[in-house]
Write a protein that binds this ligand. Structure first.
Ligand code: URA
Length: 240
């Protein structure tokens, strides 16, 4: 059971004060009957709530796919730069949302923004083997030696060892563009892995997390709400 005002705040209907005002104004119905008590208790599973006649999405957790643009930081707050939370459209905003994992400021592509900490932990934990794929453009050609080094596990100059990673060249005529598959998220990991092989990453884009793909329809800077099936697909049939 949850208080009506808390329920509405958690589902993005305004601050606690704002939703209390809304409830007292008579705009909120519970199971078809106007409820003017902010403290009224709800059964989140079975009760239906409307605000001004519109049904409130009852799901407590929300999962947003963003095609992150370069130039914004993967943080909730920043004193200098715009964050991915700043550019999140209002319709997707809920309290306590955060990016599940970080992409560098200059990295583009698939980023999930959520308010579900348990999900983020599961998705990011290397032991869960959720592979993330990145498309990397480099300042030189990827050789067989680089592919072999990635497969063996790269060691950074400070001694940090990476887990084995896959490096694929899809287009043999463009050997300076490769797909990297990793299941860890060390700081600047992809850039540092290539740097250990003498290559500089000039453009980096994340294209998938598990079996969830960015695809080509979501333009840079745009967002879409993920379904339960989308979220499940992250964990089903991971590529090992
Ligand atoms: N590896 C990097 O180096 N940068 C990213 O943004 C993501 C992975």
């Amino acid at each position: 059971m949850e208080r009506l005002d808390k329920y509405l705040t958690e589902r993005g209907k305004g601050s606690r004060k704002e939703v209390q005002k809304l409830i007292r104004s008579g705009a909120v119905c519970v199971n078809g009957t106007i409820c003017k008590k902010p403290e009224a208790k709800l059964n989140e599973q079975s009760d239906t709530v409307t605000v001004s006649g519109e049904k409130v999405d009852g799901d407590k957790f929300i999962y947003i796919m963003m095609n992150k643009p370069a130039g914004v930081v993967s943080a909730t707050k920043d004193n200098h730069d715009k964050t991915v939370i700043d550019i999140l459209p209002d319709e997707f905003k809920r309290p306590n949302m955060f990016p599940a994992g970080r992409l560098d400021k200059d990295t583009e592509g698939l980023l999930i923004i959520t308010n579900d900490g348990e999900f983020a932990h599961k998705m990011l934990s290397p032991s869960k083997k959720v592979y993330k794929q990145y498309e990397a453009e480099l300042d030189g050609e990827v050789t067989g030696d680089t592919i072999y080094a990635f497969k063996n596990g790269i060691t950074f100059s400070d001694g940090t060892k990476c887990m084995p990673a896959e490096l694929i060249i899809h287009d043999k005529s463009r050997k300076n563009t490769a797909i990297v598959k990793i299941c860890e998220g060390k700081f600047h990991q992809v850039k540092k892995m290539f740097a250990a092989c003498g290559l500089k990453v000039v453009h980096l884009k994340r294209i998938s997390i598990g079996n969830l793909y960015l695809g080509s329809n979501l333009t840079i800077g745009c967002c879409k709400k993920l379904t339960k099936l989308d979220i499940e697909s992250i964990f089903i049939g991971n590529i090992h």
